[in-house]
Write a protein that binds this ligand. Structure first.
Ligand SMILES: Cc1cc2nc3c(=O)[nH]c(=O)nc-3n(C[C@H](O)[C@H](O)[C@H](O)COP(=O)(O)OP(=O)(O)OC[C@H]3O[C@@H](n4cnc5c(N)ncnc54)[C@H](O)[C@@H]3O)c2cc1C
Length: 378
């Protein structure tokens, strides 16, 4: 009998956690490491909730991946007897610039994603809480919704441990610069060394600092702010029973999650913020971003004008130059896989990315061209 390969996965966020679990299920011996824990307060996966949607403009690879991920979220929820996915739908509000949504329609159809097209008037009738001014039409993704993000990371770790994985809360010391051919081991924050046959680095916004020569600025952490507003007591108009997740592709791309597991009405601005240090950055929201969210809320959801801020978070996107993921082998070390660049849309794909990376790392198959590092050299 051939010996099981020992694979170390560094990072227990959406990408690393699911990769570790899939490697284990495919028969590897897996050690998962994280400096601060799965879905920790610094991690990009560390928010309360993340949207799951399949509308991706012309980028069909993510529409298909989101459909696969949704099936896997549901399958694992059943296995673990817990709810992580809230299928409340996603409503895309389309103003004058409709290229993104128009391009998505045939791809949604091809991928078998259930959706409706609504006129502006139909949208306004169905959701009287929304001021549909400037909304020309809408896409309603019936099986979109949201995922409880940090709790899902903890659930993946629990599942991983229950199925025989090993988890250690330690950091890998960087930078990681393999001499040639293969990386034999990594040095950990307690001074020990950990040897393995293969390594997967899924370190989110830290990937560039761990691999300054190969990744460097190709994964840039940008400061993002998320606000949660409190509806009036007993007001059911802004709960998840009454409203889906919404995405408003107007002059700014604003989106949010109603109800949000009782954490308030979430409003987020997808505009990339300034560069942010994920280790030392202070996570205090800015008055300017709060004002932008309030102004938007007062316009689009007039019933929430003046609603109090009940929570906020400062997080970071781990942004690649073209917003495509990075899933590739290290060019100088065949036993290292680099996984990251979620670019503000990675979380939902976690189970599908994990499935893909596990297959690549175990079979040595080549990743899709769109995910390869060589695309940056062209
Ligand atoms: C505000 C905000 C909103 C978003 N909204 C959505 C959304 O609605 N839908 C969606 O799909 N995506 C969304 N995203 C994007 C998504 O959350 C990320 O793309 C995804 O969570 C990235 O996961 P990751 O595993 O790559 O990184 P992370 O979650 O950051 O995980 C990396 C892990 O690596 C660990 N680590 C780092 N360095 C080391 C080291 N040297 N040694 C050991 N461990 C280390 C960290 O502690 C961390 O836990 C959003 C992101 C933000 C910030």
């Amino acid at each position: 009998m051939s010996k099981k390969p020992h694979i170390v996965v560094v990072g227990a966020g959406a990408f690393g956690g699911w990769t570790a679990l899939n490697l284990l299920r495919r028969g590897a011996q897996v050690t998962l490491l994280d400096a601060w824990g799965p879905g920790n307060a610094r991690a990009s996966s560390g928010g309360e909730t993340r949207v799951i949607r399949a509308t991706y403009g012309p980028r069909g690879i993510y529409t298909r991946m989101a459909a696969r991920a949704l099936a896997l979220w549901k399958e694992n929820e059943r296995r673990w007897h817990r709810q992580l996915y809230h299928g409340i739908g996603v409503l895309w509000l389309v103003e004058s610039d409709e290229q993104y949504e128009k391009a998505a329609l045939p791809l949604l159809r091809d991928a078998g994603v259930a959706f409706e097209e609504l006129t502006g008037a139909e949208t306004a009738r169905r959701y009287p809480q929304i001021n549909c001014e400037r909304v020309r039409w809408a896409i309603f993704e019936k099986n979109g919704g949201y995922l409880t993000a940090r709790r899902a990371c903890a659930a993946v770790l629990e599942g991983f441990l229950a199925e025989g994985g090993e988890y250690r809360q330690l950091a890998v010391q960087g930078p990681v610069q393999p001499a040639s051919g293969e990386l034999p081991s990594v040095t950990l924050s307690d001074g020990s060394r950990l040897t393995a046959d293969r390594f997967v680095f899924a370190c989110g916004p830290w990937l560039g600092s761990l691999f300054p020569d190969v990744i460097g600025d190709r994964v840039r952490a940008t400061r993002q702010e998320v606000f949660f507003f409190g509806p009036p007591p007993g007001d059911r108009r802004f709960t998840e029973e009454a409203l889906p997740v919404w995405a408003d592709h107007g002059t700014r791309f604003m989106y949010g999650i109603p109800g949000n597991e009782w954490r308030g009405f979430k409003v987020a601005d997808d505009t990339r913020g300034p560069v942010f240090d994920p280790t030392t950055g202070e996570r205090v929201p800015s008055p300017e971003a709060l004002q932008t969210a309030r102004d938007y809320l007062a316009f689009r959801f007039p019933g929430l004008a003046g609603a109090p801020l009940v929570e906020s978070r400062v997080c970071q996107y781990e942004e690649s130059p073209d917003e495509h993921f990075i899933i590739d082998r290290h060019p100088a070390a065949g036993n290292i896989w680099l996984v990251g660049g979620g670019s503000g849309h990675g979380f939902k794909h976690g189970p599908a990315v994990g499935e893909l990376v596990a297959r690549l790392a175990l079979t040595g198959a080549a990743p899709d061209e769109q995910f390869k590092l060589s695309r940056f050299a062209r």
